[in-house]
Design a binder for this molecule. Structure first.
Ligand code: GLN
Length: 497
């Protein structure tokens, strides 16, 4: 029974479809696991026991009636607390939304429910998805299951930790600057940022709308592909949603063949600041790709060195506009409304109490960057850099099918180490941010442990927009080769909780 929590999503769905186990048993096994370990991990902000069991029962009833089940029917999932869930609290890791119960489901939530996925609950995150460690959550940090004194990445640390702690085989994250891939890398799990516009943002609480993208998190490449297929596709409720067929990601994940592919190693993602063990595992992955029959070339993307400063102007600018909606009138918290104060005073008191330091820092920075007289110098320049980065990608992809790099410069750092140093924190996303600025697709996949600290290292694979299938083709092949070599999956090496 306890082994149910070790199943992949594909295995779980298969076992349910064949009647070897019921969806309710699967859900209960995961709820029990959450009960047993989440006090230590703090991956979940809210566990929806009744909702999960009801969804599982519905799958079992469907099966009993002989109705066809989808490829993820009955599979449990941990949902980042930034997607709205009708009747279930949604806080975005902020005091500002404490107690807020959304009256509607995000499109992504609806799709999961339609697919028969069992949503176990909502996961911890940096407040409004701003951060790289989950330490900016108003509800306390999440521990990395590999070492609970270390960060699980961020902002979607709760989702990644839930996977690595075997609390759920599937999770959802959002990636504005790396918040799916970086947590994936430091927890030894798979995370994919799909092409911008391919997963609906309707009901995804906005941080930086031109960068935000929901995506799949899983323990295997195939599981990520199955989830990707379930959540992607056109949505008329999102004006930036792409109206085109979803790339054949599941088929690509099953190919396990990279022969004939051209792979570019991004020269700029190396050097000072990169941990030796991270580079060692990355270099070995590149060698492996060669052995598997891919052609590997070095590629230069000179503008990538400007990506971090450009991102930290664009994202705060958009955040300062998006978070203006938290005005104490419409959602969640209201402070000081005792009949003696003006609306402006109540708004100010509420924002003072409701937002954490990092969110305030970004709102102030963004407001400044957008102010008259500074707009061209800051926001305007950053947008020009964004164009240069897209051109670097275009030039690179004219010669290669995918690009590769380490996902993060270092492995998981200790909780507290960078908490008071925003610049050091921002560096965690050095390699992931260019893809958000350009809007293309990228994956992080575990490729081993760094020898100096025995913590997971992630390989980043980047593909052109709407060529997400290439991520899965390369990722699936690397994963299969590594599992063959090790004789087991990386997560089997994680210490017991
Ligand atoms: N760490 C980055 C930030 O703080 C990215 C966050 C994200 O992708 N949501 O902005």
């Amino acid at each position: 029974m306890t082994e149910l929590i070790k199943y992949t999503a594909a295995e779980t769905a298969g076992a349910i479809a064949k009647g070897e186990v019921s969806a309710v048993e699967v859900a209960q096994a995961h709820l029990d696991r959450i009960d047993a370990v989440d006090k230590k991990v703090n991956a979940f902000l809210h566990v929806d026991t009744d909702g999960a069991l009801a969804a599982a029962r519905a799958v079992d009833e469907k099966r009993a009636k002989g109705e066809e089940l989808g490829p993820l029917a009955g599979v449990p999932l941990a949902l980042k607390d930034v997607f709205t869930t009708k009747g279930v609290p949604t806080t975005c890791g902020s005091k500002m939304l404490e107690g807020w119960i959304p009256p509607y489901d995000a499109t992504l939530t609806t799709r999961l429910k339609d697919a028969g996925v069992v949503i176990l609950g909502k996961t911890n995150m940096d407040e409004f998805a701003m951060g790289s460690s989950t330490e900016n959550s108003a509800y306390g940090p999440t521990g990395n299951p590999w070492d609970l004194t270390r960060i699980p990445g961020g902002s979607g640390g709760g989702s990644a930790a839930a996977l690595a702690a075997f609390e759920a085989p599937l999770a959802i994250g959002t990636d504005t600057g790396g918040s799916i891939r970086q947590p994936g890398a430091v927890t030894g799990t798979v995370g994919v940022k799909p092409t911008y516009g391919s997963v609906s943002r309707y009901g995804l609480v906005a941080f930086s709308s031109s960068l935000d993208q929901g995506g799949p998190c899983a323990r295997t490449v195939l599981d990520a592909a199955l989830l990707h297929e379930a959540i992607a596709g056109h949505d008329p409720l999102d004006s930036t949603s792409i109206d085109a067929p979803v790339p054949a990601v599941v088929e690509a994940a099953r190919m396990r063949d990279v022969r004939g592919m051209r792979i570019g190693v991004v020269k700029e993602f190396a050097g000072e600041g990169y941990q030796a063990g991270v580079m060692q595992r990355f270099d070995e992955s590149v060698e492996l790709l060669r052995e598997l029959g891919a052609e590997v070339v070095e590629v230069s993307c000179p503008s990538f060195t400007l990506a971090l400063p450009a991102y930290y102007l664009i994202a705060p600018s958009e955040c300062s506009s998006n978070l203006a909606r938290f005005d104490a009138m419409r959602y969640g918290l209201r402070v000081g409304d005792d009949g003696t104060r003006s609306a402006e005073e109540v708004t100010a008191l509420t924002r003072e109490a409701g937002f954490g330091d990092e969110v305030k820092r970004r709102i102030i920075l963004g407001t400044y960057a957008l102010s008259s007289g500074y707009y061209d110098a800051y926001y305007g320049s950053a947008q020009k850099v964004r164009t240069l980065i897209s051109r670097d990608f275009d030039t690179a992809f004219a010669g290669v099918d995918v690009l590769v790099s380490p996902t993060t410069p270092t492995t998981a750092f200790p909780i507290g180490e960078r908490a008071d140093d925003p610049m050091a924190m921002y560096l965690a996303d050095l390699c992931t941010i260019p893809s958000n600025l350009a809007g293309n697709a990228a994956m992080s996949l575990p490729v081993g442990l760094a020898p100096e600290d025995n913590l997971p290292v992630g390989l980043q694979i980047i593909a052109p927009a709407m060529a997400d299938d290439r991520l899965y083709r390369v990722g699936g092949a690397v994963e299969a080769a590594l599992n063959d070599k090790w004789g087991h999956t990386l997560l089997e090496e994680a210490p017991a909780l």
